[in-house]
Structure formats: structure tokens, C-alpha cells
Design a protein around this ligand. Sequence first.
Ligand code: G4P
Length: 190
Amino acid sequence: MDLLKKRIVEDGTVLPGNVLKVDNFLNHQVDTKLMDEIGKEFAKLFEGEKITKVVTVESSGIAPALMTALHLGVPLIFARKHKSLTLTDNLYTATVYSYTKRVSNDISVDKRFLNSEDRILIIDDFLANGQAVQGLLEIAKVANVQVAGIGIVIEKSFQKGRSMIEKTGVRLESLARIASLENQKVTFVE
Ligand code: G4P
């Protein structure tokens, strides 16, 4: 997606440790017009897939997932990382390890919101090591729902998330694929 790549080049900064900082348009301050375009693009890519729900993990996945769900005309579910007062024990849960933050989080979805007739689209802001996606795939399996695909805003193709997903056979679409962040420079996959 050229608009997104242009924005990454203009407004993204590369931090030590191969981290791309995009908090001025994606995961802290959010550019709503860009997010709308991202939602449109995912909806176009996955139209015809008979998706019933879009699923993400809080917090940074919510903005692109919400716009995608809006354009597909289906609900959004975001898995929660923290136990809510109103969440009951009736939960699907998976453990997600964050390499970047070096912490494990349990993510949960209330069983009322996923059932065997669902065909979901997983959306997330970043694909790095694929831990968040793996957690959602585990939940989908236990909930007996079909996964129509995975949509990623920014894929760090030099980390192992893509190969993990490819092994599952689930369709993966990334709007920007980054080949390298070496020397503070963003290089995209051709
Ligand atoms: P994963 O995202 O593929 O699961 O891999 P990893 O465990 O490495 O990522 C852990 C967290 O770090 C994720 O956020 C992910 O989005 C974020 N992350 C990974 N690489 C980058 C990067 O280059 N730039 C930025 N800005 N974030 C990156 P999270 O723990 O789910 O947090 P949240 O922000 O969604 O709450």
C-alpha cells in the first residue's frame, strides 16, 4: 500500500534493536484518514471470504481492526490482556510472550463472542515474531472457528512471524513489508 509506505518513510523513526517507531500515526496518535484507507484496503483484499467477525488484540490492533470491521460490515472483537471486572470465567485464553517487552500476557475472549459458525479475519498493527497472531490462532482453534485470513499493517519480514504463519497455511496479507531497518533506514520488500 503506497500511501502507508510513504507515511512510514516520512514519519517513522528507527530505534535501536530493529524497532520502528510509528506512534505519530499508528499506535499512539492515530491518523484516522489513513486508518480508514487501511480498513478499506483490508476489506477489499478479503471481500468474498464470508468473514463474520474481525479479531485483534488490544491495544494497538484496535484502530486498524475497527476500520476493517466497519468496511466489512461485521463486528470487531479485541482480545483483552487484562482481566476485566465484568469478564467471567467463561473465556478462551492463550498466553502471548512479547519478545520486545519481555513479558507474557494472557489474552482472553469471552466465549459468547465466538462460535463454530464464525469465520474470522485476524488484524494486527505489527507482525514481528508472530506471538500475538499465534495466540489468536490458538483461541480460534479451541473455539472451533475458521480463520479466513490474517491482515497485518506493518510486517517486519526479517523476523520469524511470516514463516510461522506460512506453516499454518492461513492466508496472510501485509500492507507494508519491511526487509530491513539496518543503519536507521527502512527498506521494503520488493
Ligand atoms: P508479535 O507482535 O509478532 O507478536 O512479536 P513481538 O513479540 O516481537 O512483539 C511484541 C510487541 O511489540 C507487540 O505489541 C508488537 O506490536 C510490538 N512491536 C514489535 N516490533 C515492533 C516495532 O518495530 N515497532 C513497534 N512500534 N512495535 C513493535 P504488543 O505487546 O501487542 O503491544 P500493544 O502496543 O499492541 O499493546
